[in-house]
Design a protein around this ligand. Sequence first.
Ligand SMILES: [Ca+2]
Length: 230
Amino acid sequence: MTRFRKKSTPRKLMGLLCMGAVLAPATLAQAGTPIDFTISEGRVVPSEDFAVKVSVLGAAITSSGVDMPVTVLVNINGTSYEPFGAADDPSAGNVNDHSPPRHFIVQDTFGPESTIDVTGTSWRTSGSLYLQRNSFEESPSVKVLRDGDPVPNIAGFDGQADAVAFVLQYIDPDTNTMTMDVNQSIYLFELGTTRLTSTAADFQDLVVLVTLGTSPAALEEGDLAEASYD
Ligand SMILES: [Ca+2]
């Protein structure tokens, strides 16, 4: 069990921690109030409601040079969300379309011990399901990036952009590490091959950012609460 404690700070803050593929919040408190939360078996045990923003930063997967559809399903406490179109419909839900990042704020708050995971699915151009991977299963097909992690160094397959190109705005060029709030995690999905040592495994078939906040309104304002832990 790992124990985290809020650093002292003169303002109210929200401590949020991303742990592995499971996201859960810490606690909200006034300055001077000791905040403790624990992590046990990879899960944070929080004590405060939180809200969720899901962003598709990009996608890139092809078959014989032709874009393959990719769909996204978000699961929060067993409830499914399909903010970018039907996740079982490679036409209606496709996010591999060279669009700018898509963002979705779930208009709800979630209680302690909630869990969040993301499922990415690739589809053959004929419309049949090709590969499906879930962040929660800690599959080697899904890499998780958090604050301070090394920048991914994975070449894009078949002329596609490298994984790093999808997360550029979350990189500290001085240290060449990821720089994010601790309430954010980026998921890099490999949805094209199960041979993860092959050059086809480029881990940008789907790139998803999950951000936790105190409320949907706070996320709308981009008011990412400060958080720290030691
Ligand atoms: Ca790819």
